[in-house]
Design a protein around this ligand. Sequence first.
Ligand SMILES: Nc1ncnc2c1ncn2[C@@H]1O[C@H](COP(=O)(O)OP(=O)(O)O)[C@@H](O)[C@H]1O
Ligand SMILES: [Mg+2]
Length: 348
Amino acid sequence: MKALGTYLHLRIARLVIHASNLLLFLLISKEHSAGGTGKVYIVMNKETKEVFAIKSIRKSTIIEMGLKESILLEKKIMQLIVHPFIMRLISAFNNQARIYFLMPLFPASDLSLQLRMRHRFTDEKVVSFIILQIALALGQLHAVNLIFSDLKPANILVESDGYIKLADFGLSQYLEEGDKSKSFRGSYDYMAPEIIMKKGYTKAVDWWALGILVYELIIGIPPFYHVNLNQSVQRILNSNAKWPAKENPHYKVSPIAINFIERLLDKNPLTRLGASSTEEVLQHDFLTQYYDVSDVFKKEAPSPWKPHIFFQVNQEGLIDPQTVQESKVSIASMKFVMANHDLFDEFD
Ligand SMILES: Nc1ncnc2c1ncn2[C@@H]1O[C@H](COP(=O)(O)OP(=O)(O)O)[C@@H](O)[C@H]1O
Ligand SMILES: [Mg+2]
């Protein structure tokens, strides 16, 4: 694993591009992101100093990889679903070469970087707080017959106060009630056994992935991780998650957390926690013991953690995390970007 310094350096080593009033100055998506079809940059309105994140996807890539339908679905989800824990699109536009999704910038980046900063979350209350929001977001997607299909730390954006938003709906899929998907997609570490078996699967794959996520946040690596992909697949199909010895003073995992994870990592999707309803997941002690669902939903519960802020301001006032709160993203600024979208022709 690369040291964080090297990692950030790689991410910042992109050319600064000036285009009229719009300044594109930082590539923030991971270069190595496997399923990643686009690139995410920070973009700033030089007049107002407002900053945004912008995801740029080449039209040629969309055509070559046959992604038109999935990119349209990605856009629709972020435009139509209004939910406190689902990423909202400010606007979408395109030019001849690319399409763009303009979003609020999350200065605390994503949960994979937060995890790298601390290796693992030792306070289960923090994990419960984060997972409760994700369960609510997944429940909302499921309610409109969508499978998220790509749950992992890199697709969970972190607000400055520690609340989160589910993002990246590039692999999401619409599934009619009673249907099964056979599409092979997702990240291996998070893939449910039934996806690998290719016999058809339902939204229960998202609950499996939630189990993997809780484990990764608490222990530091996904439960079936192996450098050799075949070994990893074998583990997903045949092994159970392993737990640190009870007497290990560095890893303390509560019985409630273990039960929650094991119920989600049930290899049988029909008996897996969440198979019959989202409520089943929300009512598990791991999620009810610290927080009231409605307090969290309304964002009235005080966040139990302080994330690391990655995008800090420089002397020119280029990025000030305090100024990029979602609430400050103005319509005027959005119109400005829309009116100038030809500028994006010059993007590399
Ligand atoms: N609005 C945003 N604010 C801050 N970082 C973001 C934002 N959107 C995406 N990112 C970063 O870019 C990465 C890739 O974005 P994502 O939408 O997941 O695209 P991909 O399809 O490339 O995985 C994320 O993992 C996150 O690190
Ligand atoms: Mg992603």
